[in-house]
Write a protein that binds this ligand. Structure first.
Ligand SMILES: [Fe+2]
Ligand SMILES: [Fe+2]
Length: 321
């Protein structure tokens, strides 16, 4: 990448209306409780987490046997190679968490401006602080562990589209429902596969906040979607089905494929390992079913975003029966 390309990749240009709310009337009853919980459950990333322990000494950062169960390539690795996989793959995963958290931070800052109602702005303000703290703890952990890998191109594309839209409803849907849903699924997988007490603590604290964020998106969208004009609603439906299509890792064209660069870095065939993990890894199957079947699809259905117009695409993807 040239310097000019690098500078362009860091910039997202958009036009966004900032809305005042001079009514000072509560509009979302559910947000009162959520806002109080958000204020009460703030935590300090510097003091809540015990940062004194060296990373990975009390337990593996990633239980690689569990993480790559079902794959063919993993059965041939030596103990040293497995250790290298543990560190590098964990660093790649945590780097994506870190970039995703930075995305959440900047999108949520936009929501404070663009969401119409003041009670929703106040809730969004608590989320800005939450996401800032998530950036802080993941950055700290990944730097202790190894290094920060570049943002995955698919993750960046999804985040950039959410940042660039002038529709606050799409920001809410894209960030609070889709990206946060993805993050919760990924954090839960990592939580089950780590035995490092510092990472366990980081993930437990972060997950506690993320649950609120998804609820915020759901409450605000449940209110705005029924009143939305059909064109805007169709635009949201299309964004969602396209994002699901790309994120649902099932072949060489879909999923967060920059993990291949980690395998290549170790001198292996990244594309071959990718095909092996997509076809055989139990983790990939768990992740997909947790994200789509258990969480995203039921919520999208309740919000009315799977219309008869887009339902055939979900069926073709195997995400809807
Ligand atoms: Fe977050
Ligand atoms: Fe979040």
């Amino acid at each position: 990448m040239t310097t000019a390309e690098q500078a362009a990749a860091r910039r997202v240009t958009y036009q966004l209306e900032t809305l005042w709310d001079y009514d000072y009337e509560p509009t979302h009853d559910e947000l009162t409780t959520l806002y109080e919980t958000a204020k009460k459950n703030q935590w300090n990333g510097s003091t809540a987490i015990d940062w004194t322990r060296p990373v990975g000494t009390e337990g593996p950062v990633l239980n690689v046997k569990e993480a790559f169960r079902g794959t063919n390539f993993f059965t041939r690795l030596t103990a040293e190679e497995q250790k290298e996989v543990e560190i590098r793959i964990s660093a790649w995963r945590l780097s994506q968490f870190l970039h995703g958290e930075q995305g959440a931070l900047v999108v949520c800052g936009q929501l404070v401006n663009s969401i119409p109602e003041l009670d929703a702005k106040l809730y969004a303000a608590t989320q800005v602080v939450d996401e800032g703290r998530h950036v802080e703890v993941f950055e700290r952990y990944v730097k202790k562990l190894h290094k920060i890998y570049p943002v995955d191109p698919l993750l960046k594309a999804v985040l950039d589209e959410i940042l660039a839209t002038n529709l606050w409803e799409l920001k809410l849907l894209g960030m609070q429902m889709i990206v946060e849903g993805l993050a919760i699924a990924a954090f839960n997988v990592m939580r089950r596969q780590t035995a490092d007490p510092t990472l366990t603590q980081v993930l437990d604290y972060v997950l506690q906040d993320e649950g609120r964020h998804v609820n915020f998106g759901y409450f605000a969208l449940r209110r705005s979607i029924p009143a939305m004009d059909p064109d805007k609603r169709a635009y949201l439906e299309d964004f969602t089905v396209n994002a699901c299509d790309q994120m649902y890792a099932r072949d060489e064209r879909t999923g967060f494929r920059s993990i291949q660069s980690v395998w290549n870095e170790m001198g292996w065939d990244g594309e071959k390992i990718w095909k092996d993990t997509v076809a055989n890894s139990v983790t990939t199957k768990h992740f997909n079913s947790f994200l789509f079947q258990d969480n995203l699809m039921p919520r999208l259905q309740r919000l009315g975003l799977i219309s008869e117009r887009v339902a055939p695409r979900y069926r073709a993807l195997g995400l809807l029966s």
